[in-house]
Design a binder for this molecule. Structure first.
Ligand code: NAD
Ligand code: ZN
Length: 360
């Protein structure tokens, strides 16, 4: 048996207001005056100067605002890399992503593509990246995806939605400042938070489970229950705990895998553009037969926070679109193997997935 040897985030700082230390954290990593720090920032923060005014710009440093309305695309990464190469005197000193999973993934991908030739789509997969990326920093402003800690950057390309999974993907530095999550809209807070809950459920109920994944998964699962079902945390404690739950949930899947909800949600995302958090919720709501106890908990959380999920989103799809959705979901073999076991193909057929999708 050969075990995987995973890299982790090298440095992390946690605490309310720790974002103020960004300047001192970055400065030893500045290569020279002509090698800027590039900030990839969610454009929602254009209207939040409390955050942007604290970004420590110097020399040739710059902010690039990107929209999170659509999930990151390989073509978007190619364009960003081209703009950075053409617009900077030298290769940047660092790339800093500020935002949710979308901005964190963009920052990771840009860092890699600045030092690796060719197009981003050619690196979707496992361990294709040859060269170490540029120094990169992740600063989450919404909690749940675990993108701050993971070894992947999820991208939609011309033929697939698949991450760049590599030893060079994890951040060199992460800043966990729960205060930055204060303006997250409630629905989005729930969807992205449920991404974390679902990571735990899929990891803890998977056939790949081991003591490493279980210890992180158990911790994040309990935190999610306290955050989403109980009333004894203050708002600040809720923000702090969800940020840590996201981290632990991410750590849990580093050494295991996600499962049915993620496989099917990738299909929704590819065909309908449904975003990750809400997509997972839409799918998970119908997965009683796979995760009975946790789907019940999920429904209780949904009702406690008055969340209404869209319905009938697959009802008007053509057969061709449904087939594409099903084939994207079925292509994620490790997820099914984790969820169901080695013989998953016996029970997870196109017909079975069609029935499930048509319920959503
Ligand atoms: P997101 O980054 O798409 O952001 C969701 C929404 O919240 C956006 O409208 C954004 O503008 C807004 N937002 C973020 N922070 C805010 C704040 N502080 N105040 C107000 N609004 C704020 O959402 P997400 O759920 O964090 O990330 C989803 C993405 O992450 C998907 O692209 C998914 O594929 C990816 N993902 C990656 C990994 C990984 O390991 N790399 C894991 C899970 C998901
Ligand atoms: Zn997820």
């Amino acid at each position: 048996m050969s075990y995987k040897n995973f890299p982790m985030v090298s440095k992390v700082i946690f605490g309310r207001g720790s974002f103020n230390q960004l300047g001192e954290i970055l400065s030893p990593n500045r290569l020279n005056m002509n090698a800027p720090f590039i900030y990839i920032v969610d454009d929602v923060f254009k209207s939040y100067p409390w955050l942007t005014s604290r970004i420590p710009l110097a020399y040739d440093d710059r902010i690039i605002y990107e929209s999170a309305n659509e999930e990151p695309k390989t073509s978007q990464v190619d364009k960003l890399v081209e703009d950075i190469i053409l617009g900077c005197k030298e290769r940047p000193s660092g790339i800093i992503g500020i935002g949710g999973g979308s901005m964190l993934d963009l920052a990771k991908a840009v860092s890699i593509m600045l030092t690796n030739d060719g197009e981003t789509k050619d690196y979707q997969g496992w361990d294709i990246v040859k060269n170490k990326g540029i120094y990169h920093v992740g600063i989450p402003t919404i909690s749940g995806t675990g993108a701050e800690v993971s070894r992947t950057t999820v991208l939609t390309g011309p033929s697939k939605k698949l991450g760049i999974n590599s030893d060079y993907t994890p951040f060199d530095q992460v800043i966990l400042d729960p205060e930055l999550t204060k303006n997250v809209p409630k629905d989005q807070w729930f969807y992205t938070g449920m991404d974390c809950f679902i990571h735990c459920v899929e990891s803890l109920n998977g056939t790949y489970l081991n003591a490493f994944s279980k210890s992180y998964g158990d911790m994040a699962y309990e935190q999610c229950k306290a955050i989403f079902l109980e009333d004894n945390l203050t708002q600040e404690e809720t923000q702090d705990q969800l940020m840590m739950a996201s981290w632990h949930g991410g750590m849990s899947i580093v050494y295991s895998q996600v499962g049915v909800a993620h496989a099917m949600s990738y299909g929704l995302s590819y065909v309908l553009g449904t975003k990750h958090g809400i997509g997972n919720c839409i799918v998970f709501d119908h997965l009683e037969e796979f995760y009975p106890k946790d789907v019940k908990l999920f429904k209780a959380m949904k009702s406690k926070h008055d969340i209404e999920l869209p319905t009938g989103i697959c009802a008007d799809l053509s057969d061709k679109d449904l087939d594409t959705m099903i084939s994207i979901a079925l292509s994620l073999e490790p997820l099914w193997e984790n969820a169901i076991g080695k013989n998953w193909k016996k029970s997870i057929t196109p017909k079975k997935l069609k029935e499930l999708y048509l319920k959503m």
